[in-house]
Write a protein of this length. Structure first.
Length: 226
């Protein structure tokens, strides 16, 4: 299947490459960029999981990006290789020394890929677990399967999120609809950029008792023609 690369896609690719080059944590010569109708595909390889994440975050910052496909492969340098046992021990050690309650997270490592499992009360604890282990030497990726224990009713959750949206200077609360079903949250509407989309999802996850967020927000960049 073939498709025509538009001028907008060409310009967006140039902007993404420039942003990757501007990001000091990314070696841009090892990463490829493809663009189709505002969707950016990143490929190539990174020498650490953190570099891979920095590349994705850099692409998200670029005006006009509607979605990102992350096909970057982590290829560790010889000096960074660690056994799965060493990675697991380090991950458990750092988790225990963090704000995460002791014994609340289970760590499994297979071929450098960390899987986190168990239950916690808040989304920020789930995110903290990923943040603690993703920078460890030898890590190729992180799968966070930690679930959130439901505590509040759907009505309370929805009201809490809507109020948080209105307080947030980065969001236009009038353009975001919040729907809840038990402790699942669905976000609908339009946002101005990728950063606003992620901020809305972050705010929704921050509400106590939320264990699922279905982000159906659409990025509509102002000033761009279809």
């Amino acid at each position: 299947m073939t498709y025509t690369i538009t001028q907008a896609d060409t310009e967006l690719k140039t902007d993404v490459l420039s942003e990757l080059k501007y990001e000091p944590g990314v070696k841009v010569t090892d990463i490829g960029v493809l663009v189709k109708d505002g969707t950016v595909t990143l490929n190539g390889y990174a020498t650490s999981y953190m570099e891979k994440m920095e590349a994705v975050r850099a692409a998200k910052r670029v005006s006009g990006v509607k979605a990102i496909a992350d096909d970057i492969e982590v290829k560790l340098l010889g000096s960074l290789h660690r056994t799965d046992g060493d990675i697991a021990a380090a991950a458990q050690h750092y988790i225990e020394w963090s704000t995460i309650p002791t014994g609340s997270v289970q760590v499994t490592v297979r071929e450098g890929w960390i899987t986190l499992d168990s239950e916690v009360d808040w989304q920020y604890l789930k995110e903290a677990a990923t943040n603690v282990v993703q920078n460890l030497s030898g890590v190729k990726g992180v799968s966070n399967l930690i679930s959130i224990k439901p505590k509040l009713t759907a009505t309370v959750v929805e009201t809490s999120i809507q109020a948080a949206f209105k307080r947030n200077a980065l969001l236009d609360a009038n353009k975001i609809r919040v729907e809840t079903s038990t402790n699942k949250v669905i976000l609908r509407g339009d946002v101005r950029n990728f950063a606003e989309l992620e901020e809305a999802e972050r705010v929704a996850w921050a509400a106590p008792g939320v264990f699922s967020v279905d982000n159906q927000l659409t990025v509509k960049w102002s000033g761009l023609t279809e």
